[in-house]
Design a protein around this ligand. Structure first.
Ligand SMILES: Cc1cc2nc3c(=O)[nH]c(=O)nc-3n(C[C@H](O)[C@H](O)[C@H](O)COP(=O)(O)OP(=O)(O)OC[C@H]3O[C@@H](n4cnc5c(N)ncnc54)[C@H](O)[C@@H]3O)c2cc1C
Length: 371
């Protein structure tokens, strides 16, 4: 939804360039100076349209509804792509910015021998509280002051079982949204409009996991995600409602049967249940420990009626398409894995910064060829 902050190292200040381009494309100018810039979903859509027109005016072409289904590799060199229509596009330089849910394309690249490796990511739930509760905890007597807007938070807890539990993609005054990309699975995420004026605050409450939790091949993390996403679909009643539980019931380990003061925002709906079977035991244990501990940082955080909705599995890519020299694939020259799906970004700003780095690498390779 356009929270534009990132913790990446950015010695060349490419993040500033990304923000400047966004303003040119219609983002509010304040993103250049406020500490945690946010655009909101509606404005972001308009901006992407403007960026598209810009690309077209510079001679670029956007092809909608077309899928790359194969890559042509000859003796370790990228030579082109094949589209679902059967059309072949010959090229010596391909930037693959797939996003973290292009599971079919990851599979195809793996079968073609492109080097990739499993990487850590996180699993968990979305939590929803009344926004007023978060404002009160963060701003005290100044809660509700229009100059302050809706409060956010960022919290972390290191659990006794060695796992870290942390808040992810906190959305003040927003809603929990459906983010599955496959039938028979349920995945949650969150977003806010620019105004951040909706009744609930939401955030992912997620637990860090590593390839040791899903041993096998580089695609094992995807299978692990699928397993829990399918479980969430079943626990939600098999009709794309998300499984949910009151925080108080979750801590006690009892099934929820009735909502309290917090009305969840997820559409098409939340199916109350026991969330314990929806994630690995170590994740449930760590989150059960973390929620009361977060109370020390945000009073009311473990309020009985706060709602947990499952499952959050797409915090970042479960694999990395590893880059080597000049940001090209480790074993396929001319192939430039980029952005979040390749494991080199974790959000809008960092994906934009990575895009600039990749563009420079391609330009320098092409100049080298011209010499
Ligand atoms: C609900 C939600 C809210 C979010 N909110 C924020 C936020 O506030 N701030 C933030 O920083 N990040 C946010 N994110 C994350 C952010 O959207 C991503 O980190 C970012 O979009 C990654 O950019 P990318 O260019 O690497 O990949 P993407 O934006 O995922 O783009 C990948 C593109 O590749 C296409 N593609 C994949 N495979 C193929 C193929 N075989 N052929 C052709 N095309 C293909 C996909 O269709 C897609 O269009 C949010 C994500 C979600 C889902």
């Amino acid at each position: 939804d356009g929270k534009l902050y990132s913790q990446i190292k950015d010695p060349k200040h490419y993040g500033r360039k990304v923000l400047t381009e966004f303003v040119k494309a219609g983002a509010p100018e304040e993103i250049l100076y406020v500490s945690k810039p946010h655009i909101g979903t509606f404005r972001l859509v308009k901006m992407v349209e403007n960026i598209r027109h810009d690309i077209e005016s510079l001679g670029g072409e956007i092809r909608f509804q077309q899928q790359v289904t194969d890559v042509l590799i000859e003796a370790g060199h990228l030579r082109g792509v094949v589209l679902a229509s059967g059309e072949q596009i010959r090229t010596d330089h391909l930037i693959l910015a797939l996003g973290h849910s292009a599971r079919d394309t990851f599979q195809m690249l793996y079968e073609r021998g492109v080097f990739m490796e499993a990487k850590p990511f996180s699993l968990g739930f979305r939590i929803e509280h009344p926004q007023t509760l978060i404002d009160q905890a963060r701003f005290g007597k100044h809660a509700g002051n229009p100059l302050l807007g809706a409060a956010d938070y960022k919290i972390v807890h290191h659990a006794k079982n060695g796992r870290s539990v942390y808040s992810f993609c906190m959305c003040p005054g927003g809603q929990v949204v459906a983010a599955t990309s496959e039938p028979g699975r349920v995945v949650t995420n969150g977003m806010s409009q620019y105004s951040r004026a909706e009744r609930n605050a939401n955030a992912g409450i997620v637990v860090g996991i590593t390839p040791e939790d899903y041993p096998g091949n580089p695609l094992s993390g995807i299978e692990f995600q699928r397993q829990w996403e399918s479980r969430a679909f079943e626990l939600g009643g098999g009709n794309y409602e998300a499984p949910g539980q009151l925080v108080g019931d979750f801590i006690k380990g009892i099934k929820s049967s009735q909502l309290g003061a917090v009305e969840p925002s997820y559409q098409p709906g939340v199916h109350l249940t026991d969330l314990a079977p929806s994630l690995p035991g170590y994740a449930i244990e760590a989150i059960r420990e973390a929620l009361p501990a977060f109370e020390r940082q945000i009073r009311g955080f473990s309020m009985y009626d706060a709602v947990l909705t499952g499952v959050e599995t797409r915090t970042s890519s479960p694999l990395r398409i590893t880059r080597g020299q000049n940001l090209q694939s480790l074993n396929v020259q001319g192939l430039y894995p980029a952005g979040e799906g390749a494991g080199y970004a974790g959000g809008i700003l960092s994906a934009g910064v990575d895009g600039i780095r990749i563009a420079e690498a391609v330009a320098s390779a092409m100049l080298g060829q011209a010499d």
